[in-house]
Design a protein around this ligand. Structure first.
Ligand code: DGL
Length: 268
């Protein structure tokens, strides 16, 4: 029995799609969420910078006395997970391994698409993890950097979104992938448009779902579950313009965002 909160961080609001899954599967856990809105996007930054930011976010959460950290950001998970595991003594979960595992399980023809930020795709993290699970897989990674601003504008159902998706995803259709990993926090919001473009035969994989399952498993095994069944407390921090997190974040979390605070990057 452990009432300490779970810490979740992302480069911005996108990680709230992961928090949503965590709440769904662990409804009694307290959560502290940090969105590094001052420094988003991580996806176009160097490995060194992403590692530094991810470390600072994790340290902030650790100082909030969290019992575990979920790296909701695919970019930070791709590039910095090992670095964080080496530097913190609490369980740290990323989204890559669960997403890769699911993809290798659901594919029938072994042809898997992965979409994400430029840093995520260039890191090869998803591609190599999938190959560990399924050596015969053919994995095609496509960076889709324009999807993040489209979602942040609230244009996920627009013609712009559809044309952009066509431009990015045609190659995957030509390769006849039968499953597609939505390897970025924002992409589950674009699900409808992506599905429309790739067609009903392609399974979309949201790594957040399996990540939340893994988290539940880890908390159970390590005896860290909060079994008090009290109404859980959620706290949100943003490194810039917290109001934006409240406004846009509602769409990601499907829930009102209260207890929202600003934290300067100087204090991370
Ligand atoms: N949260 C990031 C991810 O999942 C997307 C936004 C960014 O580039 O920072 O990769």
């Amino acid at each position: 029995m452990d009432k300490r909160p779970i810490g979740i961080f992302d480069s911005g609001v996108g990680g709230l799609t992961v928090m949503r899954e965590v709440i769904e599967q662990l409804p009694y856990e307290n959560i502290v969420y940090l969105g590094d809105t001052a420094r988003i996007p991580y996806g176009s930054k160097s490995e060194q910078t992403i590692k530094k930011y991810a470390y600072q976010c994790s340290l902030f959460l650790k100082n909030k006395n969290v019992k575990t950290i979920v790296v909701a950001c695919n970019t930070a998970s791709s590039v910095a997970l090992n670095h964080l595991e080496d530097n913190f003594d609490i369980p740290i979960l990323g989204v890559i391994e669960p997403g890769a595992r699911t993809a290798s399980k659901v594919t029938k023809n072994g042809k898997i698409g992965v979409i994400g930020t430029t840093a995520t795709i260039n890191s090869n993290a998803y591609q190599s993890k999938i190959m560990e699970y399924r050596q015969d897989a053919e994995v095609i990674g496509i960076p889709c950097p324009l999807f993040v601003p489209i979602v942040e504008e609230g244009w996920e159902y627009s013609q712009v979104a559809e044309l952009t998706a066509e431009k990015y995803l045609t190659e995957l259709i030509e390769h006849e992938v039968d499953s597609l990993v939505l390897g970025c926090t924002h992409y589950p919001i674009l699900r409808y448009t992506i599905k429309k473009v790739v067609g009903p035969g392609v399974r979309l994989i949201n790594p957040a779902f399996e990540t939340a399952r893994d988290l539940k498993k880890v908390l159970t095994e390590k005896n860290l579950l909060n079994k008090s069944y009290d109404k859980p407390k959620y706290e949100y921090y943003a490194t810039d313009i917290p109001e934006r997190l409240r406004r846009i974040g509602g769409n990601f979390l499907k829930k009102e965002i209260d207890n929202l605070f600003e934290v300067s990057i100087d204090n991370l």
